[in-house]
Design a binder for this molecule. Structure first.
Ligand SMILES: [Mg+2]
Length: 322
């Protein structure tokens, strides 16, 4: 039996390029992520480096940090160059599973930023790597998703099977149909493990907020009473994979992102440092309402570099370890 059948890309599942990475809205599937709490010392990890200048590796969220939609945020290349010049490691992480790393590298290239594909960890790639740990030789899977999920799974030896898959992998699929939900539901009910690339409930478009992958997960959860295993943020899984990919220590690694409910919470769950950057969604006033607490706040990438370089933190500035 030939198990190496390539994934069939649905016509409706194409045109991934129109979607923007971090533009995806944060998912609230995880009840723990919604637990509001006042900022307290308990949110800090004893193992996390006390000074930003001690950090040896940075995991970057993309939208809201490197760009806003299609508009580049200033200083990205200079920041990456600075990290390299100071012997630090970095990678870029996104919850979007519709685009592949090479598509992101292309997008960044159009903005004048050069990043190697293998330093871009999408939730699609993370899902494939996560499953490859469980199934080193691959396994039959039923995939609801687009190119950014299908290609990495195929590359890791998984093949599409709508009859008896061992896993049902769900990422945003703009060609979603009732038939796909039906196949996934029957498979999960028959014992296939339910895995999600990301839980983002909505995503912003020019027309407004439209359903994200979390909306598909909600349908399947309702039909199966099974909770998905989530790989993307705010799960620690994608952060753990990034840390391992870079071969760095958690104590001297931090994630920088613009969202408390995805980037910061994922970093917190994984036990690495968290830097909230104020060029995107969340601001310091939002911190009390979220479970994810940053260790540091920086206004932008220029400030990140100054603090990584050991610049003193002026009294009264926000850029301090909280
Ligand atoms: Mg973001």
């Amino acid at each position: 039996m030939d198990n190496s059948l390539p994934f069939a890309l649905d016509a409706g599942a194409l045109d991934a390029g129109a979607l923007d990475a971090g533009a995806l809205d944060a998912g609230a599937l995880d009840a723990g992520a919604l637990d509001a709490g006042a900022l307290d010392a308990g949110a800090l990890d004893a193992g996390v480096s006390a000074r930003l200048s001690d950090l040896r590796a940075i995991l970057f969220d993309m939208d809201g940090v490197l760009y806003l939609g299609d508009a580049p945020i200033p200083g990205v290349q200079a920041t990456l160059d600075y990290l390299e010049a100071t012997g630090r490691k970095y990678c870029l992480i996104t919850n979007n599973s519709t685009m592949t790393p090479d598509q992101y590298a292309e997008k960044l290239s159009r903005m004048g930023v050069t990043v190697a594909e293998d330093l871009i960890l999408t939730s699609g790639v993370a899902t494939a790597r996560y499953l490859a740990r469980l199934e080193p030789k691959g396994a039959p899977v039923y995939v609801i998703g687009e190119r950014g999920l299908l290609e990495p799974l195929e590359a890791h030896g998984f093949w599409q099977d709508d009859r008896a898959p061992r896993y049902v992998c769900v990422g945003l699929d703009r060609g979603l149909t009732y038939q796909k939900l039906k196949v996934a539901t029957l498979a999960i009910r028959a014992g296939a493990r339910f895995v999600a690339s990301n839980p983002d409930t909505t995503l912003p478009t020019e027309e407004g907020l439209v359903p994200g992958n979390g909306a598909t997960l909600a349908a399947l959860r309702t039909a199966t009473d099974v909770e998905p295993l989530v790989v993307g943020k705010p799960s620690a899984a994608i952060v753990d994979l990034a840390v391992e990919m870079l071969g760095v220590e958690k104590a001297t690694t931090a994630i920088i992102g613009d969202r408390l409910d995805t980037d910061v919470l994922a970093g917190q769950r994984a036990g690495i440092g968290r830097i909230l950057v104020l060029t995107g969604v969340h601001q310091p006033a939002d911190i009390p309402a979220f479970e994810g607490k940053p260790n540091w706040i920086v206004s932008d990438l220029a400030e990140l570099c100054r603090l990584l370089d050991g610049a003193p933190i002026p009294p009264g500035e926000t850029s301090s370890r909280l």
